[in-house]
Every structure is written in C-alpha cells, then in structure tokens.
Design a protein around this ligand. Sequence first.
Ligand code: LLP
Length: 385
Amino acid sequence: MIKGQFPIEKFRFLETPFYYYDIDLLRQTLDIIKKETQGKNYHIHYAVKANANPRILREISSYGFGADCVSGNEILRAVECGFSPSNIVFAGVGKTDKEINLALDSDIFCFNVESLPEMETIEGLASKKGKRARIALRINPNIDAHTHEYITTGLNENKFGLNEQDLPKALNFITGASHIELIGIHFHIGSQITDLCAFENLCVRAMGWKHWFENRGVRLQLINVGGGLGINYKHPNHCPIANFESYFRLFDKHMKLNDDQSIHFEPGRSVVAPCGSLIAQTVYVKEGLSKKFLIIDAGMTDLIRPALYQAFHHIENMSSEEEPTCYDVVGPICESSDTFGKNREINKAKRGDLIAIRSAGAYGEVMASQYNCRKLPKSYFSDQI
Ligand code: LLP
C-alpha cells in the first residue's frame, strides 16, 4: 500500500532528507475547496505561512484563490507566484511602515488590523500617498479552540487582534479618518482545530459583532473567519483530506448574511499538510538500554513541529516489510527534543531504509532552519521526478 504511494525506486537516487509533495493530492484538495465554495459568497485566501514553496503557491493561485500574508516578503512571494494583489489580505501584529507602504503600493485587498496604533499608522501612511486603505478589524473573540497552547490565538491572553474595549475607540477613529475604509471584521481562533464546535461558537460571536456594528450605522461587506481547520495526522492513508464539507456547511448554517456580504476564509494547514512528506534515510539503528532508536538523517531543523508542539506525525518505513518493532525515531541534532516520535511501531529497520514522515506539507519546509550548520531541505514534486 505504502510502496504504491511513493515512487521509492526514484527516491533512492535523491539525497535525503527532502520534502516530497504529491501534486495529485494537492489538486484533489483544491478541487474539493473549489466545489464547496463556488456559487456562494465565499472567498478563499490561502495562508501563505503554511507553505510558501513557489511551486505549491503557483498550484494554489492557479485555482483563482487569494492569499493571506503576514509579512511584506510574503506579499512579494505571493504576487510573484500568481496571486492577484486584489485578492491579498495582510495580517500580523507587527506590520512595519515599510511593509505597510509595500502593501499600499501593491493595492492589496485588505489590511487585517490588529491594534489601534497600527490603524493610526496605516491612516498616516495612506494619507501621505493620497490613498484609501481597506481595513478589517481583527477581533479577539476569546474562544477556546481546544488546540495546543502555542497555536491558540483567540483568547484574551493572546497578543492577536483588538479586544472588546478597543472597538468603540477604533470605530470613533475610523469615523474621523479619511484614508482608511472599514470593510469588515476578522477573526482567527487557532490552528489544527478538530472540534468543529469551536467554529460554531465563532459564528455566534461573529454574528454578534456584525450586529454591534450595524447598530452603530456601519454596514460590513465581509466577515473573515480566518483559518484553523485541522487534519487527521493519525491516519494519513485513510482520510488524507480535511473535512471541508462539514466545515463549510457549518458556516452555511450559522452565518446569516445578506447577498452583498461575503465570508472570507484563510485555510493553510488543511490545504497543504496532507500532500507533503519528509523523506529521510535510516543512519543507524541503535539498541539503547531500555529503547531502540531509529536514527534518521532528518532532524528538527527540517521539521520542528514534534519538538515545538509535541505534534504527532505518522511515520512509515518504506523499505521494509518486516514485522513492526517499537522505536523512538530521532534525528541527528544535538537536542533531546530532536525526536519525531516515541514508542512507534514501525516495520523493522536497517541502515539505509527510507523513512516517510507524513502530513508534513504545512509548517514543515517553511519552518526549517540551519541550526548545526545543516542545509535547508530540498523539495521534489510527484509530477517532476
Ligand atoms: N489566518 C491567520 C491570521 C493565522 O494566524 C493562521 C495561522 C492562519 C490563518 C492559517 O491557519 P491554519 O488553517 O493553517 O490552521 N506553526 C504551527 C501553526 C501556526 C499557525 C499560525 N497561524 C504548527 O505547525 O502547527
């Protein structure tokens, strides 16, 4: 089964570790998103931060989707890779003057504003250019997304967005400002959310805020609900694609908008995680006193998620059909956290066996580092090798 999925004969000629992207799976995912959103007032802005590999970005932009960027360089990369600036939203708590100017010069669709001083800065810079910037206010809805604390963003204690008390002040400022135009509200409650109830709660809060603005005479064009839809890391072979159907249905059901109002989504992980695998080679099998270690040539520098968030990634030995054996799968980096999985049942391994770490297409390659003077991992695509 596994051998059928990966062109393992071709992998033998490539230097490990590397990222391998299954372009068919990416397209299947994009097809589903397109099918579930077309004919509705739904707009997709792919979260570039999840994977900014140019080939991947070009595939996604070819579907006509927009981009969600969090830095000036992400805006430049997105535009280079075919995303239209008129479909780019720009979030982030620390937008610099340089980045705001770049976004204004590029005529992006919308700034997702995260604080009062940021809003004042955008007004000032837009005024110097004689432009009018479209903005959405990112509201911190104080919703627990029940995900890892490092990837929870919508609680009062998080640094993101404006809180309830800021909103009257924000509205007051916008009313008197002539170089910003308020077009919507924005939320993002966290990432790898598998309990869809969190999104249901978000819809309730978002509708509440929409009415709050309407009661003050402001009609919003859009509600941006951010990203966050989780994927099934445990069973990548059985359910590789996220449950977009239930996800989008939920918004159909709970967001009551007029025909001229739209919902914007910023999915990242759910778009790209399933299609990517980190491919490594077994360097040594080491018998410890109480454990067996499968030591591979990929490390936390190539995929930091397990070390940083205790994230689970399914691991397979593509070269062996022998009985599963219990291993701790570790990398070569000089840190104990350089561990991809503990007590994993993996087909008995020997030196040189090829190992696949699955569902690594999101926040994998893009978070790689050069710690220990390592090379950044290369990437290969299923239709190019
Ligand atoms: N929109 C905003 C404003 C965001 O901050 C994020 C992710 C997204 C959209 C996309 O969320 P997604 O659909 O991918 O869940 N490095 C971590 C994830 C950090 C997510 C940061 N924000 C990880 O590897 O799990």
